[in-house]
Design a protein around this ligand. Structure first.
Ligand code: SF4
Length: 85
């Protein structure tokens, strides 16, 4: 799949398989006590997926790949004026 700037897209949706793979490898290294559960993770990604601040898997409010940020139990949405999770 061709890489393109994609509004409200996660990494795979924007065609960025390399970074998706890298993020999955980083997620696999998160300690279990720091990781959020799958249900919460999917809910967070769903919220990001309808947010205008998500561009090609990256949150423009913090510069993080949301798939990585959302995997941490204690992390939160970085939009201080409109925190969504
Ligand atoms: S602002 Fe919050 S909801 Fe929007 S993409 Fe960033 S982390 Fe996700």
């Amino acid at each position: 799949m061709e890489l393109r700037e994609c509004k409200r897209c996660l990494l795979l949706q924007s065609g960025d398989e390399d970074n998706h793979k890298m993020v999955q490898q980083y997620i696999a290294k998160i300690r279990p006590e720091e990781k959020c559960d799958e249900e919460l993770y999917q809910k967070r990604l769903e919220i990001c997926g309808s947010c205008d601040n998500l561009i090609s898997g990256t949150c423009i409010k913090c510069g993080c790949y949301v798939e990585f940020r959302a995997a941490f139990r204690l992390k939160h949405c970085p939009d201080t004026k409109n925190k969504k999770w």
